[in-house]
Design a protein around this ligand. Structure first.
Ligand code: UGA
Length: 440
C-alpha cells in the first residue's frame, strides 16, 4: 500500500522505515528540510539500534522516500499516519497539540480522494474526534476522509523490533461514521497479523486514545511503586532489588519494569502522565488520577535523593569533582529529554561541584541541552580525580566496569549506583565504598 508518515522524529522515522520493511511503499513527510535531507541520504538523525540498516535497505529498494511537500504526500498515499510530537505545554501540564493540528492543516487541503488518517501520537482523549471534523472541513474529499487512532507502544532502543513485531495493534475507529479504517489497518499490518497472531483490538476513538495514556500511566506507576519501596528499604536497611525479585515472581505482579533507581524520564512517561491528569480534570474526573501526582512526586524525589547521596559522599560540593556516567534517559538511546541523569548532573553542578559527564551516545544532545556541564570523551576521563562516581544510566559499558580500571584514576574510591546495575560485592571487595538506591 502507498502510505505517508507525517513527522519523522523518533516515532515517525522508525514507523516509516518499518512500514517499508513490511512491504509497503512509504513517503516520510516533515517540515524540517534538514531532517529530510539526512534521512534521504540514509542517515538516522538520532541513535536507534538497527534503524539505519532498515532505512538504508528500503531507500535503496526504492520503497521509502522523504519529502517536505504535503501535496505530494496527499497525492501519493491512500493512508496517512500522524507521528508528530505532543510535548508538554509550556507553563502547564496539558499536551501541546500544535504539531498534530498543523499536520492536519497542511495535509487536509490536498486530500481530494477517499483517505484514512491514522493518528499514532499520544494525545488527550477527544483529540481524534476533533481532528476528524477538522480534516473533513478542510479537505476537498470532505466526508470521504476518516480519522482513526492507532496508538504506538514502541520503546526507544527497541523501536524497530517493537514496530515490526508489535505485541498488540489497537485501532480506534469513529463509531458515528463507519468507514474503511479497520480494513485498511488490517491490510497495513497483514504480515504481523498473519504470521504472528498479534492481538488486533478494534475500539471506538476515545478508548484507543485512552489505551495509550493508561499504558504509560501504569508503567510510570509501576516504577514509582518500586521506588517508593526503595525509600522504605533505605530507612529499614532492606534491599529493594531482592524485594523486587521476590514480589516479581508472582505472575500477577511480574518482575519487568520493577527496577528501582533514579526513576523514569524521557519524552514520554513524564509528560504523558501530566497530560493525562490535565485531561481527566478537564473532563470532570478530577479525582480519578490524583494518584499520578504522587507517582510524579516519588519519581522526582529519586533525583533529589541522588544529589543528597552524592553530597554525603563529597562532604561538600564546593571544590569537589563528581563523575557522572550516563546522560541519556535510558541506555541504548541518545535521548536526553527530561533525563534523570542530566537533571542530577545539572543540580550538582549548580550547587558548586565540578561535574564531568560521559555518555556513549548522548554527548551531542546533552551538550546542546546543558552546555555548561563538562563533558569527557570516555569513562576514564570523566572519572579523573573524582571524589565520587555516579552511574546514572545503565549502559552495558558501565555495567561491566571493573573497579580496578578506576582505582588509580579517581581521588576517592566511592561509587553510587543510581540504577542498581552494578554488583555491590565486587566493588566493596575491591576497596570501594558502594551505595545503591534502596539498598543497605
Ligand atoms: C515508553 C513506553 O515504555 C512505551 O511503551 C511507549 O510507547 C513510549 O514510552 C511512548 O509513549 O512513546 P520509552 O520512553 O522509550 O517508552 O522508555 P521506557 O523503556 O518506558 O523507559 C522510561 C523510563 O523509565 C526510563 O527513564 C527508564 O530508565 C525508566 N525505568 C524503566 C525505570 O526506572 N525502571 C524500570 O524498571 C523501567
Amino acid at each position: 500500500m502507498r502510505i505517508a508518515v507525517l513527522g519523522t522524529g523518533y516515532l515517525g522515522a522508525t514507523h516509516a522505515a518499518c512500514l517499508a520493511e513490511l512491504g509497503h511503499e512509504v513517503l516520510g513527510v516533515d517540515i524540517a528540510a534538514e531532517k529530510i535531507a539526512r534521512l534521504s541520504s540514509g542517515e538516522v538523525p538520532f541513535y536507534e539500534p538497527g534503524l539505519e540498516r532498515v532505512l538504508k535497505r528500503n531507500l535503496a529498494a526504492g520503497t521509502l522516500r522523504f519529502t517536505a511537500d504535503h501535496r505530494e504526500a496527499a497525492e501519493f498515499a491512500r493512508a496517512h499516519f500522524l507521528t508528530v510530537g505532543t510535548p508538554q505545554r509550556k507553563g502547564d501540564f496539558a499536551a501541546d497539540l500544535t504539531f498534530v493540528d498543523n499536520a492536519v492543516d497542511m495535509l487536509a487541503p490536498h486530500l481530494s480522494a477517499p483517505t484514512v488518517i491514522f493518528g499514532k501520537s499520544t494525545v488527550p482523549v477527544g483529540t481524534a474526534a476533533r481532528l476528524g471534523a477538522r480534516a473533513r472541513r478542510l479537505a476537498p474529499a470532505a466526508d470521504e476522509v476518516e480519522v482513526a487512532w492507532n496508538p504506538e507502544f514502541l520503546r526507544e532502543g527497541y523501536a524497530v523490533r517493537d514496530t515490526v513485531h508489535p505485541d498488540r495493534i489497537v485501532i480506534g475507529v469513529d463509531r458515528d461514521r463507519p468507514g474503511r479504517a479497520e480494513q485498511v489497518a488490517r491490510e497495513i499490518y497483514a504480515e504481523a497479523l498473519d504470521q504472528e497472531d498479534v492481538p488486533f483490538l478494534v475500539t471506538d476513538l476515545a478508548t484507543a486514545e485512552l489505551v495509550k495514556s493508561a499504558a504509560n500511566a501504569f508503567l510510570a506507576t509501576k516504577i514509582s511503586f518500586i521506588n517508593s519501596m526503595a525509600e522504605v528499604c533505605e530507612v529499614a536497611g532492606a534491599d529493594v532489588t531482592v524485594l523486587a525479585d521476590a514480589i516479581g515472581c508472582d505472575p500477577r505482579i511480574g518482575r519487568l519494569f520493577l527496577n528501582a533507581g533514579l526513576g523514569f524520564g524521557g519524552g514520554c512517561l513524564p509528560k504523558d502522565i501530566r497530560a493525562f491528569m490535565a485531561r481527566a480534570g478537564e473532563l470532570g474526573a478530577n479525582e480519578a488520577l490524583t494518584f499520578l501526582r504522587e507517582v510524579d512526586n516519588i519519581n522526582m524525589r529519586r533525583r533529589t535523593r541522588m544529589v543528597e547521596l552524592a553530597r554525603e559522599a563529597c562532604g561538600s560540593f564546593l571544590g569537589s569533582r563528581v563523575a557522572v556516567l550516563g546522560a541519556a534517559f535510558k541506555p541504548d538511546s541518545d535521548d536526553v529529554r527530561d533525563s534523570p541523569a542530566l537533571n542530577v548532573a545539572g543540580q550538582i553542578q549548580l550547587q558548586g561541584a565540578a561535574v564531568n559527564v560521559y555518555d556513549p551516545k548522548a554527548m551531542d544532545n546533552s551538550h546542546a541541552l546543558f552546555p555548561t556541564l563538562n563533558y569527557a570523551a570516555s569513562t576514564l576521563e570523566a572519572c579523573e580525580g573524582a571524589d565520587v562516581v555516579l552511574v546514572l544510566t545503565e549502559w552495558q559499558e558501565f555495567r561491566h566496569l571493573e573497579p580496578t580500571a578506576l582505582d588509580d584514576v579517581v581521588r576517592e574510591r566511592q561509587i553510587i549506583d543510581g540504577r542498581n546495575c552494578l554488583d555491590p560485592d565486587q566493588w566493596r571487595k575491591s576497596g570501594w565504598s558502594y551505595r545503591g538506591l534502596g539498598r543497605p
